[in-house]
Write a protein of this length. Sequence first.
Length: 554
Amino acid sequence: MSLDLSKIINNIAAPVLVATPIRQSDGSISDFSIDFINKEFKEAAGYVLLDAKTFNEIIPRVTSSIPWFQMAIDTIENKTFFRETFFSPSTKAYYNIKMNYIKEDDTLIVTFINVTSEKHYYRQLKTSLITDSLTGLPNRHGFIETFDIIADTARYENSIFALLVIDIDDLKNINDSTGVNEGDNLIIRVAKLLKKFARDNIHIFRYGDDEFAIIISNLESVDSVATFTDIIYESFQIANISISGGISVFPEHSEQKNELIRFANMALHDSKKNGKNIFTTFNPNMQRELIQKLTLQTKMTSAILDSNFHLYYQPQFDITSRELRGFEALIRWEDEEIGSIPPSVFIPMAEETGLIIPIGNWVLNSAIRTLKEWQEKYNFKGIVSVNISPIQLKQENFVDTLFSILDKYKVDYNYLELEITEGVMINNMRATIEKLQSLRSMGLKVSLDDFGTGYSSLNYLQTLPLNTLKIDKTFIADITSNDGVQANITSSIIKMVENMGLETIAEGVENEEQLDLLKGFNCNIVQGFFSGKPMSLERCNAFLAGDKSALLTI
């Protein structure tokens, strides 16, 4: 290329790049060498090019995933390609990329066409599409566009920015209990509060139904992220609004846009898991835990298909006569690679994924079949108690499914007890109570499990149609302590429940001293390692057949 021609191209207002294919011995193109770049191109794409000598050196630096190499190959082969748009952080302009191939010179010409004005006009046209009608904030589409620009600019300027994803706690419960209008009013309040923080470097979005996103750019340090998010959190506490948040930071956590969004959402999930109404910053452990969780979910699906779950049965005894009252069915999972996976780990995961439905149906079917076998083989007159997840109970066909299993094995309804927790009251309380009342009316027993671990337990006792109340083992563990606090509380609970006509079961009884105290409090039934540990079906069969040594105790 002549010097005069170089001067001419250098003074062209449009960005221009000249490249030559790098051909292998078989004629295939492995790359393109960059032969010439004019001043306009350097200014528009400087952070992408840096000191790049070939297209393949450019590709890892391109944040908008422009397929430079493939576009060039398609141009040479006269193939069509979609027009690619490039945002330049250095010129703050948008460009369309065009490539032409001069066959006789084996030369590729790349030009940028400035389309900023068209882009801005198009943005004005679609403002209504990227604006949330309820809050007036930019919506998810607006977020994605702004996030792309801020991320590309931060990479070019080597600056720090943070993404904060905020979720309104329990909005669904508010909508269900007080109506959608109240929920909308809360969303508007949150939006107004967030708008007060809007600045040139602080962008607020309505990210989803109950979610908002905040992008804070041009931060001086990572520490300033915590300072800013603390101010936001405190403002919501003053306004008495419960929110949870997740934070990710560029470039500390990642330089990839999709990862930053995913990491912020992981941190938000961690906030929800840890009690809500807190902000959590992403850390790499969250990603490792997520991978482990996904692995476990995959294994859980296989375990359902391969019947890798099994039931153990823990005996319950009358506290005075020591006669067998029945058994509680407890699910167990043994994986060949991981080993024993406790229910406290896989049950919440099953509820979260919806796998609790097939697992719960399997437990009901297995426990009721076992109950029928015990009745026929050993003249068993006791009950079998089965834990029911709130997710199960919420299913419209739960009652029909349960009765079809009972009728399948021709089991008297009076011998089955359903154990529920306060979680059944979280959603649609009226429908839940009606469902439980219909079960009670058919003769099934209903027991409230983990009593004392929730703040509204006493209120639920007045509402739920119960037969039995199980006192949580956390009460029983300290019942013999010298201060007598837990003993007094437990005694009061038993008296109150007795006056309501309900039976009490004490869980986690592990020694004679605890047993004697509970007997003095007029507790009805005892369950725990002192009287009987969870046992396999084979050991239960031996015990019911008369082998008292089969009973496992401390």
